[in-house]
Write a new protein. Structure first.
Length: 177
């Protein structure tokens, strides 16, 4: 397969990270990942507790439209977050996405490496267009928790925020028994 970003003929099988197979370009550092393989990998990862690591600089992003190296259809661009200009390119035809070199590291620094599919959702993209960071955080929780649990938690959180003993209530909720 040819690299969609730099057109070299060097796309070859490589692990994106431990347990996640893909195809990598050893010239530009980009990688092609199957959405299905990514979902299976993401489901097996423990819930991430790590705070966001700071990225020194955003990696360069390909701005031109990419052609899927697998099926030759045009890929769609999804902006990763409201702060940066990086995009993930997704082929809606064969379910593969392209990360430019360094974008996996960017996703990790945003703590999005296991919640990446949320980026492809309409609420996420709408929030970015509106530049509404708070709304984006909400959209992400909604995606991760599912609509029903999110709604329940939200009602409870609003109530909790009005309680004078909020911290004691949180301590109580964190108890195992
Ligand atoms: Zn390349
Ligand atoms: Zn494709």
């Amino acid at each position: 397969m040819d690299c969609p970003a730099c057109q070299s003929r060097s796309l070859s099988p490589a692990k994106v990270t431990s347990g996640l197979p893909g195809f990598a370009c050893n010239r530009c550092g980009g990688s092609l990942i199957e959405l299905l393989a990514y979902r299976m990998w993401a489901e097996q990862q423990p819930a991430s507790q790590t705070p966001r690591a700071e990225m020194s600089a955003a990696p360069p992003d390909t701005t031109k439209a990419l052609v899927c190296p697998k099926c030759s259809k045009l890929m769609a661009k999804y902006r990763i977050d409201a702060q940066g200009e990086n995009h993930i390119d997704l082929c809606g035809n064969c379910g593969r996405f392209w990360l430019d070199g360094g974008e996996w590291g960017l996703l990790e620094s945003l703590n999005l490496q296991t919640g990446m599919t949320a980026i492809f959702n309409a609420p996420w993209q709408a929030s970015i267009r509106k530049g509404d960071a708070q709304h984006l955080v909400e959209a992400r929780f909604q995606q991760e928790l599912g609509a029903e649990a999110y709604q329940q938690a939200r009602v409870f959180r609003d109530w909790l925020n009005k309680q004078p003993d909020k911290q004691r209530l949180l301590d109580y909720l964190a108890r195992d028994d």
